[in-house]
Design a protein around this ligand. Structure first.
Ligand code: TXA
Ligand code: MG
Length: 325
């Protein structure tokens, strides 16, 4: 497995050409996006897609996001491109928004887990855009981690999680958004929010009108997005999500049981390591902090609950999923 360092803003064309060549040859290339690192393969090559599922230990019912260079690239994999897709693409692409639309038959069933729809996104990271353009094919890429684990926000996280299972890692340093893209489904009558993220429901509603939130952490009903498993995005350590007023007590109780405990706090600053008060800054460092605590051998991470607002919805969702046992 090769790790090649590239400049995040103007990646070396020779390195990009080599990575693109690997993708066209059916290999797996991990690359940075603005959200998290992705594990890329040629979306039109079923054998390469199979390698993604094997490398991640990902269940075959969980479909992949197809990354394209622009809205035309998205139309090329979509059987229909509704008006709402045009509006969302114009407002948020390139950027951390994934749009689910009906798929064309050329997209292998393995990419979409047999669904009639495909998830597409134009990332804004210059390395991702350069790679997709050079490859000349749509690039299927889930987050570049073992299934159910924390997503990688650095090349080091990818190397640790997928050791040996990836042909090349493009290392452009830390990602900036820090949590996975917002996912909006446009295949039903009203747009549906399948996964909250740093592009908020409020921002999306300004563009397409009311959207239905269908994210549920624990419900028994069939999941509209097959990847919405209850537990997900988890560090190795046990994550406990508590109100600010309870942080000190919970930390004390866990320590009394002999656990190596760390707390990530915003308001209760005397009782743990401070996290940013701004949602974008918080998201940007959350996974890095959790990866570092795992690396340090912490057993329990007590996390102070974050605000219940649209701005924080993506972060709250990831914390709630990580806290599921
Ligand atoms: O920010 C991101 O979205 C990152 C970077 C690499 O782009 N990717 C990412 O991929 O988070 P992944 O595979 O970890 O999450 C993809 C999500 C899953 O929840 C999956 O179920 C959903 O997208 N998804 C994919 N295709 C879908 C479809 N056709 N219908 C509904 N949900 C879909
Ligand atoms: Mg993932």
């Amino acid at each position: 497995m090769d790790v090649i360092r590239v400049d995040a803003h103007s990646p070396d064309a020779t390195v990009i050409a080599r990575a693109a060549e690997l993708l066209r040859a059916g290999k797996l290339v991990a690359f940075p996006t603005e959200t998290v690192y992705g594990l890329g393969a040629n979306a039109l090559d079923p054998a390469a897609i199979e390698r993604i599922f094997v490398a991640k230990g990902r269940p075959s019912y969980n479909p992949l996001i197809v990354h394209v260079a622009n809205a035309d690239g998205a139309r090329a994999v979509a059987a229909e491109w509704p008006e709402h897709a045009d509006l969302l693409a114009a407002a948020f692409w390139p950027g951390p928004l994934t749009i689910v639309v009906p798929k064309r038959p050329e997209v292998p069933d393995s990419v979409t887990a047999g669904l009639g729809s495909v998830a597409v996104r134009v990332p804004s990271h210059p390395v991702a855009l350069a790679l997709i353009a050079a490859a000349g094919v749509p690039v299927a890429a889930p987050s570049a981690n073992r299934s159910m684990m924390l997503s990688p926000t650095s090349a080091q996280h990818v190397a640790t999680s997928l050791d040996g299972a990836v042909d090349l890692i493009l290392d452009a340093g830390a990602t900036t958004v820090g949590i996975e893209s917002t996912v909006v489904d446009l295949t039903a009558e009203k747009p549906r929010l399948l996964r909250p993220g740093m592009i908020t429901a409020t921002q999306i509603e300004r563009v397409v009108g009311p959207i239905v939130a269908v994210t549920s952490v624990t419900g028994e009903e069939a999941r509209p997005s097959p990847g919405m498993l209850d537990r997900h995005y988890s560090p190795r350590a046990r994550l406990v999500l508590v109100d600010a007023k309870d942080v000190a007590d919970v930390v004390r109780r866990e320590r009394a049981q002999g656990a190596n405990v760390e707390a990530l706090v915003v308001a209760s600053r005397d009782h743990g390591s401070p996290m940013p008060r701004d949602a974008a800054d918080y998201a940007a460092c959350l996974y890095e902090r959790l990866h570092a605590l795992d690396h340090a051998g912490v057993d329990v991470v007590v996390v102070e609950q974050v605000p219940d607002t649209a701005e924080w919805a993506g972060i709250r969702d990831r914390l709630e999923r990580a806290a599921q046992r």
